[in-house]
Design a binder for this molecule. Structure first.
Ligand code: ITT
Length: 195
């Protein structure tokens, strides 16, 4: 069975194709959808999936994923506003906000919202990774906030996709999600049933 992934972000699609390879068959649907400004990434993901499941163009089962960067010293900002903030001020802007702040702890979070059918409420799967905001922009890989998110001494932009996937928020959320779809039999008939 094919599971549809709805996103307008090609870099996410690349990571997700690698994460799911050999376990489930994913088909990407490049479709924009409204992202409500809600208080948490979980609420945004749930609201988006609930919106999408009533759309004419939807195919099921499907999932979307919403991710964000939460900076400890900024009380979890930008969190659910990560896309907006990235568009407006980018990594340079975040580094400016963090100038003179010693506590550089930050968390990346991914929430996957999965709907097995149009009448089903979304089911959520979450993954986080704890790291820190780097002192400067480093690396040319990845996307978004990767050049300023440091994990064990290297930014995500200094890692290959495979290295990032092994430890990332997205990689961890996908391990939960893949276990669920395999255990519940949804993924039966995928390109390979092997774990
Ligand atoms: P969708 O169509 O899938 O929603 P998006 O780019 O809007 O794509 P998000 O809302 O989930 O995705 O992302 C929020 C912001 O966080 C956005 O600016 C992304 O570039 C950034 N981001 C998401 N995942 C990231 C990752 O793994 N590394 C670095 N930045 C990331």
């Amino acid at each position: 069975m094919t599971i549809y992934f709805i996103s307008s972000n090609p870099q996410k699609v690349k990571e997700i194709k690698e994460l799911t390879a050999g376990r489930i068959a994913i088909q990407h649907i490049n479709h924009e959808y409204p992202e409500l400004q809600l208080d948490t990434i979980e609420e945004v993901a749930r609201a988006s999936a609930n919106h999408i499941r009533h759309m004419k163009w939807v195919k099921t089962p499907f999932f979307i994923e919403d991710s964000g960067l939460l900076i400890h010293a900024l009380n979890g900002f930008p969190g659910p506003f990560s896309a907006f903030v990235f568009d407006k001020i980018g990594n340079e802007g975040i580094l400016k906000l963090m100038a003179d702040i010693k506590d550089r702890r930050a968390v990346f979070k991914t929430v996957i919202a999965f709907c097995s059918g149009v009448n089903e409420e979304p089911r959520l799967f979450t993954g986080i990774v704890e790291g820190r905001i780097a002192d400067s922009i480093r690396g040319s890989g990845g996307f978004g906030y990767d050049p300023i998110f440091e994990y064990e001494g290297r930014t995500f932009a200094e890692m290959s996709t495979e290295e990032k996937n092994r430890v990332s928020h997205r990689g961890r959320a996908f391990m939960e999600f893949l276990n669920h779809v395999e255990d519940s039999g949804i993924a039966v008939g995928a390109s390979s049933g092997a774990r």
